[in-house]
Design a protein. Structure first.
Length: 265
């Protein structure tokens, strides 16, 4: 058990070193391109210029406020998506005909660009918080529905039959067999839904909000301030990466260990 933790720690350190090396290389190439003058400064600012913009929006408090507002909106809308998507997914399992029809319908809507929900939301709800949350929910709920439906439906029947032969029924069967067997696919669906939701919130804020990370990006575009645009993009990328790496990935590891699905020995 100790060896496993040591190896995992070493693996994490190696990943961090590789990430740091990649970032350093990227910044180096960026600086070289800037110095060569391939694009004018207004189109491609230097890393130092972007760093100055970061310092400016941090010191005036706009970055912290925008991050807080964006994440608050996202958490509320994503919680709704998870709740409704899971309940509808279970209903699809219960009623097979309804499930097959809605699964095909949902797969089509899953490929629908999240930004395309924005005009619909503006006309239906308006330029407010509920309109933004609607875009996020509609962009992520179908992933939750499909993953719930597919994960439970694709559980090998032998698992359920074996559990029933040993006396498991009802809630006990669902809790100790169905959920553990479906967990890997459910987690994949959750991470995919988070990705869709994150894309949607930024797109919705660009067009529908006067606060948030999307708004900072939009302001940079309107004033031709590429440093602010790049600073916003870096922030959006970093938050998405951190949430996936340190929240969703950790949650997946924890759940897999709880249900005995960890491959480590």
């Amino acid at each position: 058990m100790t060896d496993i933790h040591v190896k995992k720690s070493q693996g994490n350190m190696e990943d961090a070193a590789n990430a740091a090396l990649l970032i350093a290389a990227f910044i180096g190439v960026w600086q070289i391109v800037f110095m060569l003058g391939v694009w004018p400064k207004i189109s491609l600012p230097s890393p130092a210029m972007v760093a100055e913009t970061f310092a400016k929006i941090i010191l005036n408090g706009s970055l912290e406020q925008s991050i807080g507002i964006t994440l608050a909106r996202l958490l509320g809308a994503f919680a709704i998506s998870i709740t409704l998507g899971t309940l509808i997914g279970f209903t699809m399992i219960k009623f097979k005909g309804f499930g097959k029809t809605l699964n095909s319908f949902s797969a089509g809507l899953l490929s629908f660009p999240s930004i395309a929900w924005v005009p619909f939301s503006i006309l239906l709800i308006g330029f407010d918080e509920f309109g933004i949350m609607f875009v996020v929910v509609m962009s992520s709920i179908f992933s939750i529905m499909i993953s719930t439906y597919s994960s439970i439906r694709n559980i090998p029947p032998i698992y359920v039959d074996a559990a029933r032969n040993m006396g498991a029924h009802g809630i006990s069967l669902f809790r100790h067999v169905t959920i553990p067997a479906a967990t890997p696919s459910l987690i994949i669906g959750l991470r995919q839904a988070w990705s869709f939701a994150w894309h949607a919130i930024i797109g919705a804020e660009i067009l529908m909000s006067i606060v948030g990370l999307g708004h900072i990006l939009s302001v940079g575009r309107e004033f031709l301030d590429m440093s602010q645009v790049i600073a916003s993009m870096i922030t959006i990328f970093t938050i998405g990466l951190l949430v996936d790496r340190f929240i969703l990935n950790k949650l997946e590891d924890k759940i897999r260990k709880k249900w005995g699905l960890d491959n480590h020995r």
